[in-house]
Design a protein around this ligand. Structure first.
Ligand code: 3HC
Length: 301
């Protein structure tokens, strides 16, 4: 059955090579998923060799884990490792027909990345963004071919979570959208079409939920208590674990975008701001108790 809002699949273009901009954790997860499910070469790019090496090493490490679990055999592992390569130059994307960016969540940076990619790819190549909250229309607005831009928003961990938010920008054409849906199907994701509105759908819910948990902590509830209080909801992960998984800086950024768009409906937690300012990426220590410094920052009303 065709997903709601998806154009006819006959409009979809073939994807024979994928580019991933950024070699951070999200980008590495995307590279592996594309290589594994589409069985095509995937090139990662990032700003410096160290980050690039780390990104490729992450992919190789995940391939080894799949091998260790018996999910793939040695030949497949070697094949997947060979499919994913790194390059410092976006020229490596010249024959890519689907390029996805997963760089820092800042509009100007993403626009710049898309402009650089557009300069080397064919006019028909799809440019996808894994943005969690920014406007796809605005991101495409400076391009010669904005009709090929789509939102393609995954959830962490990418290998496990089935949902994919596909976003149609104002100028996105049916061929780009059909390619996005066809690609999602090959990736074995459940794709839903979302309006190009701040933080789409899932991150709005997440931000409200997280905001209330952080609010109760700042009002004096012990962080451990607030973190456990959601158990009756049957969620697979506690809110503070989720905050660590998403990354405090990303969570803060999404809440800022939503607050800007809907000041009455979304607040920005000053306590979360302090955690980010202090450079704390981990909420929990190695013993899985809440980091004392984070605890103090979150509780500091
Ligand atoms: N990368 C790859 N695989 C992972 C992983 C990771 N980071 N974390 C867990 N997995 C895999 C495990 O290897 C395991 O695979 P297997 O069955 O093949 O062995 C499988 O997931 C289940 O893991 P576990 O048995 O260790 O643990 P759980 O059953 O508790 O599941 C979880 C872990 C899937 C992470 C689960 O806790 C969960 O779904 N948590 C909620 C995550 C969530 O809500 N994410 C959305 C965040 S919002 C977002 O990303 C959007 C962004 O824009 C902000």
């Amino acid at each position: 059955k065709r997903p709601a809002g998806a154009p006819d699949k006959s409009l979809a273009r073939k994807v024979s090579k994928v580019g991933v901009v950024g070699a951070g954790l999200m980008a590495g997860q995307l590279a592996l998923l594309f290589a594994r499910r589409l069985d095509v070469p995937v090139v990662l790019t990032d700003l410096d060799q160290e980050r690039l090496d780390k990104g490729v090493a992450y992919v190789h490490g995940e391939v080894d884990k799949l091998l260790g679990k018996g999910r793939i055999n040695q030949d497949k592992a070697n094949h997947l490792k060979a499919l994913v390569t790194g390059s410092l130059s976006k020229d490596a994307f010249s024959d890519a027909d689907f390029v996805i960016e997963a760089v820092f969540e800042k509009m100007e940076i993403k626009q710049q990345v898309f402009a650089e990619v557009e300069a080397v790819v064919s006019p028909e190549a799809i440019l996808a963004t894994n943005t969690s909250s920014l406007s796809v229309t605005e991101m495409a607005s400076k391009l010669k071919h904005p009709e090929r831009v789509v939102g393609f928003h995954f959830f962490n961990p990418v290998a496990v979570l089935p949902l994919l938010e596909i976003v149609r920008g104002e100028k996105t054409d049916d061929a780009a959208l059909a390619t996005a849906f066809a690609t999602a199907k090959k990736l074995k994701k459940t794709a839903v079409l979302c309006k190009d509105a701040p933080a789409f759908v899932v991150n709005r819910l997440l931000t409200l939920f997280m905001g209330e948990v952080l609010g109760s902590i700042s009002e004096g509830t012990e962080p451990e208590v607030a973190d456990r209080s959601v158990a009756p909801l049957g969620l697979p992960m506690s809110p503070l674990m989720l905050l660590q998984l998403v990354g405090p800086a990303v969570a803060l950024h999404v809440s800022e975008t939503l607050h800007e768009a809907f000041p009455e409906r979304f607040a920005v937690s000053p306590q979360l701001g302090k955690v980010v300012e202090a450079g704390k990426n981990e909420i929990f220590g190695p013993d899985l108790s809440i980091d004392p410094e984070v605890k103090e920052l979150l509780s500091g009303g």
